[in-house]
Write a protein that binds this ligand. Structure first.
Ligand SMILES: Nc1ncnc2c1ncn2[C@@H]1O[C@H](COP(=O)(O)OP(=O)(O)OP(=O)(O)O)[C@@H](O)[C@H]1O
Length: 225
């Protein structure tokens, strides 16, 4: 569904990522590790076409990104749910409205189906916090709201950038369980994390590949996992 072939990326001062090959197929689960500043967030941004590669090819749902116009990219992005590292909520809107925002801003101009929204909030355990404002949420509640917002459009691919940052172990496990549930529904998941203990704890429950970015290259993680 998302394919990177020989992708390189530079912010201007030499390649940050070089000749990356990656395929996110339906039902696949990838962890992405690597030192801080190695380019994990950048790779995720390439995957959802927030950045264009400086070399190489990106395919989104069978089409070549380089040949896609703005509408085509917008349509492809609606099939990709992103959990951003810093959550990025609108602080003046209640949690329910933040979660529903991707529907409201989508080209279709729909509003979120109330029943679907309520189910989604229940799924992430936030029914009682639906009318709270984002600054009133705990770290774990924020991460769960961010996950709910990422999946409200029923995306085929979920890209999660440190979704368990700033939460305790139990909450990390809960979030991983939610991602595993989504993966079992056939969604491709790519999850960037520093947390090797979390990867080790999750691996028995999901068929996952663990990838690592280091020295600009992407490779399969070694024996440390
Ligand atoms: N918009 C930008 N312009 C210039 N440099 C940038 C930009 N965004 C990121 N960088 C640089 O690119 C490098 C990789 O950043 P990136 O956020 O992709 O790393 P990361 O592996 O996700 O790091 P972390 O684990 O700390 O979140 C860093 O050195 C960062 O400062």
């Amino acid at each position: 569904m998302i394919e990177l072939e020989g992708v390189s990326y530079s912010y201007g001062g030499g390649d940050l990522l070089r000749e990356i090959d990656l395929t996110l197929a339906p039902g696949s689960f990838h962890f992405l590790t690597g030192p801080s500043g190695a380019g994990k967030t950048t790779l995720l941004r390439l995957c959802y076409a927030a950045l264009r590669p400086t070399a190489g090819r990106i395919g989104l749902f069978g089409r070549d990104l380089a040949q896609m116009d703005r509408d085509g990219v917008a349509r492809a992005r609606r099939r990709i749910g992103v959990v951003h590292q810093d959550c990025q909520f609108l602080d003046h809107l209640p949690v329910a409205e933040n979660v529903a925002l991707p529907v409201a801003v989508s080209e279709t101009g729909r509003t979120a189906d109330a029943e679907n929204l309520a189910e989604l909030l229940a799924w992430v355990g936030l029914s009682a916090r639906a009318q709270a404002l984002p600054p009133e949420l705990s770290g774990g509640e924020r991460q769960r709201a961010a996950l709910a917002r990422a999946v409200i459009m029923s995306p085929d691919v979920i890209l999660a950038d440190e979704p368990t940052g700033n939460v305790d172990w139990e909450m990390s496990q809960r979030l991983m369980q939610l991602l595993i549930e989504l993966n079992r529904l056939g969604k491709a998941v790519l999850l960037a994390t520093h947390d090797l203990a979390l990867i080790r704890a999750t691996k028995p429950h999901v068929q996952a590949r663990v990838l690592r970015i280091a020295d600009r290259r992407l490779s399969v993680a070694g024996a440390e996992l």
